[in-house]
Design a protein around this ligand. Structure first.
Ligand SMILES: [Zn+2]
Length: 387
């Protein structure tokens, strides 16, 4: 059969619901369905002026099941509400090597978008006196178009934030995909800690915060619209004892020196202030861009030896089901189709056995090396001493 000139293309947005953006920034989650067979590539949002917002591809078995006979894929990214005002928007993508597009309704509230811009400008002005040079800890000279410290170290201005990365980190990280985002709200115990705080709060590794708060300094290594300070976590650009609460959620597994990063979090915390730190124990490899050290509860406690522990436990978002479902989804999505089908038919009882009974099964043998690394029970290193 000849390929039709304009094949059936369906685009659906799950988030924002109804295409209506209600906050300063919105996660964009949705899916595409196309008649035919082929692979999806370069999925992105584009407006009439050519502004392009890249979207990451996401596995969506629910859509695959509901749209049987069609090729489907999920996508994920985010959009700044101020940017969203410049519509109309289309989703463009390549399918089977050919370009396609479909219009999508994406609306934002202009007043709310303006309010976000004003709130951000007010907050950045309040943050400026708290900043110190990450290299020499000298105060920053204030009110200059390009931030610099009293000793002449200069910093970037490319984003609507204080960019206090050094030149090397900036050049590494400017090549990373900012659209592959971590966007989470605060859990109940953290909201409680924030509510009881009497001074400034640092969220060191905030990701994209759908809720932009006046009292929280959002620090992140990549520039999201809600980022206030762009900096590495291993040398925080603040004076000692600046904050009443410091937050570090799913960050310390990504730093080369978690002991140094924890000392930095303690340094910028005022005596009597609270640290809220969450670090994975049993979680598969996830880069963003690197992933070094997972920790037990004891390891996490040891990291913050300068703090008296008020609570040490498993949050709702850290229950074992999050490990099991992550593991199973990542495993199934990387198997060849026949092995993936067999894998899906297995019962828990088939899996809860001596693993030596399963090592020759296709779902084990045919798992690609990248998936073995992502989901490994163990890594091994063989080294040879230099010199
Ligand atoms: Zn300096």
């Amino acid at each position: 059969m000849k390929q039709a000139a304009s094949p059936f293309v369906m685009v659906h947005l799950d988030t924002p619901a109804g295409g209506l953006i209600t906050g300063p920034v919105s996660v964009v989650h949705g899916w595409l369905a196309v008649e035919g067979t082929g692979a999806f590539d370069r999925v992105r949002l584009v407006n009439e002026s050519g502004v392009t917002i890249p979207l990451a591809l996401v596995n969506r078995p629910d859509v695959r099941a509901a749209q049987s006979g069609r090729a489907t894929v999920g996508f994920s990214g985010w959009i700044d509400a101020r940017r969203a005002l410049d519509g109309p928007w289309t989703v463009r993508f390549e399918f089977g090597g050919r370009p396609h597009e479909a219009s999508v309704e994406l609306l934002a509230d202009a007043a709310e978008a303006d309010a976000f811009g004003a709130a951000k400008a007010r907050k950045l002005a309040r943050i400026e006196p708290l900043l110190r040079c990450p290299t020499c800890r000298a105060p920053l000279e204030r009110g200059l178009p390009e931030p610099r410290c009293a000793n002449g170290h200069t910093f970037g201005t490319a984003y609507e934030a204080f960019d206090l990365r050094d030149a090397e980190l900036r050049s590494q990280l400017d090549r990373l995909p900012v659209h592959d985002v971590s966007a989470h709200g605060y859990d109940a115990s953290l909201r409680d800690l924030i509510a009881r705080s009497t001074g400034p709060i640092l969220d060191a590794g905030a990701g994209l915060r759908p809720d932009y708060r006046d009292d929280v300094v959002n620090l992140e290594i990549l520039p999201y619209p809600t980022t206030d300070v762009i900096s590495s976590a291993e040398s925080l650009p603040f004076a000692d004892a600046t904050f009443d609460v410091v937050i570090s959620v799913a960050v310390l597994e990504h730093v080369r020196d978690p002991f140094a990063a924890a000392r930095e979090l303690e340094r910028v915390l005022r005596p009597g202030g609270h640290v809220f730190a969450a670090v994975p124990f049993l979680q598969p490899y996830h880069g963003y861009p690197h992933h070094y050290y997972n920790m037990t509860a004891g390891g996490l406690k040891n990291l913050f030896a300068g703090c008296e522990v008020e609570h040490l436990g498993v949050p709702a978002s850290g229950r074992p089901i999050f490990l099991l479902s992550w593991m199973l989804q990542a495993w199934r999505s990387q198997l060849p189709p026949a092995a993936a089908h067999d894998f899906e038919q297995m019962r828990v009882a088939d899996l809860a056995v001596d693993p030596m009974m399963l090592v020759d099964r296709p779902f084990v043998r045919e798992l690609p090396e990248a998936a073995n690394e992502e989901l490994a029970a163990l890594n091994v290193l063989i080294g040879r001493k230099r010199g």
